[in-house]
Design a protein around this ligand. Sequence first.
Ligand code: SAM
Length: 291
Amino acid sequence: MLVKDLKHIFHETLDVIYGEQEVSSFFFLCTASFFNISRLDLALDRNLVITKAEQQPIFDALEALKNEKPIQYILGETAFYGLPFKVNENTLIPRPETEELVALVLHNIKKQKQNSKACSILDIGTGSGCIAISLAKNIKEAQVYAIDVSVKALEKAKENAVLNAVDITFIEANILNKNSWDLELLDLKLDVIVSNPPYVRNLEKTEIQNNVLNNEPHLALFVEDDNALVFYRAISEFAIKHLKPNGQLFFEINEYLGKETKVLVERFGFKDVELIQDMYGKDRMLKADKI
Ligand SMILES: C[S@@+](CC[C@H](N)C(=O)[O-])C[C@H]1O[C@@H](n2cnc3c(N)ncnc32)[C@H](O)[C@@H]1O
């Protein structure tokens, strides 16, 4: 079958759901992943062919896309902060706003540690490991720890650490339940704690697209409406005990709960608590210093 005919089938089937441009991008992500054929390859040779024996995976992908499965789960991979990451239904798909959080953390570590870059970092709720691994990759001297309650997410995160050739200590723990913390976690003294915890309230589900609702792990996303800051409370309590003096806490936050999150973090005794906007001008990050 001609690759250009296959592309036509993709557009015929999917444009009505995603629009032409996005379908074109999905198509070439698939051809690159399954057949090592790029957009440029097809532009240079309009008569490129894939054999019948090779076709099944791309038709399976087409079917999955029709059912609004995210392309990252179909291909089992994505990119974050310029690095490759394996993902599956147990890991949240890393988001661009979280890349902004990583950039903020890196900027602050580099500013604070101009002479010695050695520092210890903990990522709470690591999922695919995207935050911990990007930090480890960019600060070679850092000692990086990452926790998650999901054993299956931790399996992927470990795979991603190997893929990106970084050394991270992964710990299974429920940050909401002190009884699940092992000695290694209890003994940590850290320069930086960073977290993108679950923060979407059930009442905000109407704003969430179906492909997210139906495919991404709810454990990674949702909190109860009447206890929306439960993770920020538990992590702040942990952080005030486990950060070294002048240590720093960084959060990705719910854009609607910036002020409440700031007040909560201040109540735990952090100083210089700052809300930070993303590239769209929304309050999406918080930075706080331990005295
Ligand atoms: C919003 S996701 C963030 C994943 C990843 N850090 C990222 O930025 O893409 C939240 C993560 O917190 C984990 N999580 C949920 N409840 C937890 C708990 N009680 N203790 C530790 N981790 C938890 C989920 O498994 C999920 O991986």
